[in-house]
Every structure is written in structure tokens, then in C-alpha cells.
Design a protein around this ligand. Structure first.
Ligand code: FE2
Length: 199
């Protein structure tokens, strides 16, 4: 099984005005496609051919940096497209909201800390909600890294590479993170990932 670039689950202009058609065209058709193609080339003839993307990510961490970078970014983007939807944001599904309040104080506090994690990630990387040891926690990682290699299961991630926001927000990364949480997140998909992480 090699990596495959999925179709976006919505039209390229469906996330406007929060994320433009131009951003999605570059981000999906150029950046994600490059991770898929480079990952497949680097995987050829290695023990990772035929493994799932999760297995490739975990197996290459600290051992095969070029393949790890591309496999990590493939995993991250596969979910990133599904973590957003047109008319996103809004209320959280009940069970997820309850758990967030329990582990992180309140939904508002979670959002503040998530934005802070994304702003505080120096250079390229990701901000996360992840399940670790049965608790929802906020994390940040550099480059293509993700919570899978830190003993945690990601349930929401926001791409803070400049390619994700510079066309629409220029250098205003905090505004992009706020718009992501308030107007783009598909909380149903986050709840789905939370449910499978807690199984
Ligand atoms: Fe990206």
C-alpha cells in the first residue's frame, strides 16, 4: 500500500472567507501532493512498503528522518482536511465538551491554550489536542512531527506552517488559529477521533 492523495471533502472555495480557494489549491494540490510523492519514492525498497501511514510514522521517527518528515506530513494532512468543514466551529458534541471541561478547565480555556500552542511553535509545525494516558491534552510539535510519536493519539491538529495561512492572514498566525477554532473546525470529526482514541 502506498500513500494516496485524497480528494478534499469539500469544494476548494467552500471554506471562504476563512481559508481561500488559492490557499487550498496550493496546500492540497502542491504541498500535500509533494509529501505523498516524496514519501512513496523514499519508501520504495524499504521495510515500510505496504505498512499503514501510522506504522510508517512511528517506525521512522528518529531513524529515517526524510521518510518520517513526509509520512508525518501525509498523516497530518489526511486528517487536517477532515478537521475542517464549511460552517465549522460552533458547539462541541456533548461528551467531548464534558471531557474538555474536565481535563482542560473550559472550552474557552482550551481555545486560548490551543492558540497559544500554535503561536508558541517557533517556525513550522502543528498545534494539537491529543489523548494521552486517558486525558485530553494540548501539545505542539515542530515540522512534520505529531503526537503519535509522543505516546499520544491526536484528535485535532492545526497546521501552522506558513503555507497554511500566509496567503489569507500574512503574518497574523493568532488570527488564523482563532478563525480555525471558531469558524472551521469540524467538531464531529474531533469527537469521532476522541471516541476511537478512548476505545
Ligand atoms: Fe500543510
Amino acid at each position: 500500500m502506498s500513500f494516496t492523495l485524497p480528494e478534499l471533502p469539500y469544494a476548494y472555495d467552500a471554506l471562504q472567507p476563512y481559508m481561500s480557494k488559492e490557499t487550498l489549491e496550493y496546500h492540497h494540490d502542491k504541498h500535500h501532493a509533494a509529501y505523498v510523492n516524496t514519501g512513496n519514492n523514499l519508501m520504495k525498497g524499504t521495510e515500510f512498503e505496504g505498512k499503514s501511514v501510522e506504522e510508517v510514522v512511528k517506525g521512522t521517527y528518529g531513524k529515517n528522518q526524510p521518510l518520517f518528515n513526509n509520512a508525518g506530513q501525509h498523516y497530518n494532512h489526511l486528517h487536517f482536511w477532515k478537521w475542517m468543514k464549511p460552517n465549522g466551529g460552533g458547539a462541541l458534541p456533548g461528551a467531548l465538551e464534558k471531557k474538555i471541561i474536565e481535563d482542560l478547565g473550559s472550552v474557552e480555556k482550551m481555545k486560548e491554550d490551543f492558540v497559544q500552542a500554535g503561536v508558541g511553535q517557533f517556525g513550522s509545525g502543528w498545534a494539537w489536542l491529543a489523548v494521552k494516558d486517558g486525558k485530553i491534552t494540548i501539545m505542539k510539535t515542530p515540522n512534520g512531527e505529531n503526537p503519535l510519536v509522543h505516546g499520544a493519539q491526536p484528535i485535532l491538529g492545526c497546521d501552522v506552517w506558513e503555507h497554511s495561512y500566509y496567503i489569507d492572514y500574512r503574518n497574523r498566525r493568532p488570527d488564523y488559529l482563532k478563525a480555525f477554532l471558531d469558524d472551521l473546525v469540524n467538531w464531529d470529526y474531533v469527537a469521532e477521533m476522541y471516541a476511537s482514541a478512548s476505545r
